[in-house]
Write a protein that binds this ligand. Structure first.
Ligand code: PEP
Ligand code: MN
Length: 345
């Protein structure tokens, strides 16, 4: 069950609800936001009697039964799509969101050139890793704090929002100082210490699907962040590992439609890691728009041949520009569908 408490309820009124829930044999899990208090009740008890009793309390706005194992992130909890706001842009809103930039921040010139290039083509966010999860310990590991400072400089020059990866719970606070969105990489999707720490910040989090994770596991990980206090979660499909070797990963494009049915959280697509090949990125991007993703996160590099990571899947600036132009009619259709959905909802 999820119980929403009315605005301006007193501490004593909130505590009374928690006690009532506990009396019915449920474990209380409350999320106290700046404005609202929402209480999760987990366990086995007489649901119907408990719901009835709670709804009779004047401080309770709504009490609903949620059958999915992920509670706060499920469509049962909230039917309308959540908008996650970052740097003045709503992700999950009426605007199709484009995040673009290199895999890694490499040096000042590279990141500034990337930022100006993608901003000129209409991207709203600059991506770029300062902490890189590399398969080999001998590969470039990222510029760390120096990289974050360069991202800030790029933001000052272009106004773009910044999305960058945080790999460890120890770095959440530091990365949150520089980033508008904290990216959680596929390899860390089930790093529960990190997920719990992310619950303590109000910075939006983009959670990428793990290499071998099911959709349900992705949603359970999102639930961790929300249940620990941060409702600003965005999901991202980036391909999963299968027997197929023609592409770096296998894009589970259907996951986007499935997620849109199961959760109210915004859903992004990363066509770069999903394919590993720049020639395939525009086609998959079209598919992402058509299936109803809220946006794309794409790797773009001023000189892909010289990239320190993921050059083969990075678009050059002219290629990114061409893709943006090609996507326009698809995005127009996407917008019209959003308006229609909002009217019929
Ligand atoms: C990345 O975005 O550069 C990255 C490492 O992605 P993923 O975690 O999806 O592999
Ligand atoms: Mn990459």
């Amino acid at each position: 069950m999820i119980i929403s408490i009315k605005l301006h309820a007193t501490r004593a009124e909130i505590d009374a609800v928690c006690e009532r829930i506990a009396d019915f044999g449920y474990k209380v899990h409350s999320i106290e936001g700046e404005e609202r208090v929402v209480i999760g009740a987990v366990g086995t008890g007489d649901v119907t009697a408990c719901l009835e009793s709670l709804e009779a309390m004047p401080q309770v706005e709504k009490a609903v039964r949620i059958s999915a194992p992920y509670k706060f992130v499920s469509r049962e909890f909230r039917d309308s799509k959540t908008r996650v706001r970052a740097n003045g842009v709503d992700i999950g809103g009426d605007e199709f969101v484009m995040m673009a930039g290199p895999c890694s921040v490499e040096n000042e010139r590279q990141i500034l050139e990337s930022a100006h290039g993608v901003a000129a083509q209409g991207a709203q966010f600059l991506r770029g890793g300062a902490f890189k999860p590399r398969t080999s310990p001998y590969d470039f590991q990222g510029m760390e704090r120096e990289g974050l400072k360069l991202l800030r400089k790029a933001q000052e020059e272009t106004g773009l929002g910044i999305i960058t990866e945080v790999m460890s719970d120890r770095d959440v606070e530091m990365v949150a100082e520089y980033a508008d969105i904290l990216q959680i990489g596929a390899r860390n999707m089930q790093n529960f210490a990190l997920l719990k720490e992310l619950g303590k910040t109000s910075r939006p989090v983009m959670l990428k699907r793990g290499l071998s994770s099911t959709i349900k596991e992705l949603l359970m990980s999102a639930e961790y962040v929300v249940a620990h206090g941060n409702p600003n979660v965005i999901l991202c499909e980036r391909g999963i590992r299968t027997f197929e070797t023609a592409t770096r990963n296998t894009c589970d494009i259907t996951a986007i439609a499935v997620l849109n049915e199961l959760t109210h959280l915004p859903v992004m697509l990363d066509p770069s890691h999903a394919t590993g090949k720049r020639s395939l990125v525009p086609a998959l991007s079209r598919a992402g728009v058509a299936i109803g993703a809220d946006g794309l996160i794409v790797e773009v590099h001023p000189n892909p041949e010289k990239a320190m990571s993921d050059g083969a899947q990075s678009l050059s600036m002219p290629q990114f520009g061409a893709m943006m132009r090609e996507l326009k009619p698809y995005v127009e259709l996407w917008k019209a569908t959003r308006v229609e959905e909002a009217v019929t909802a």
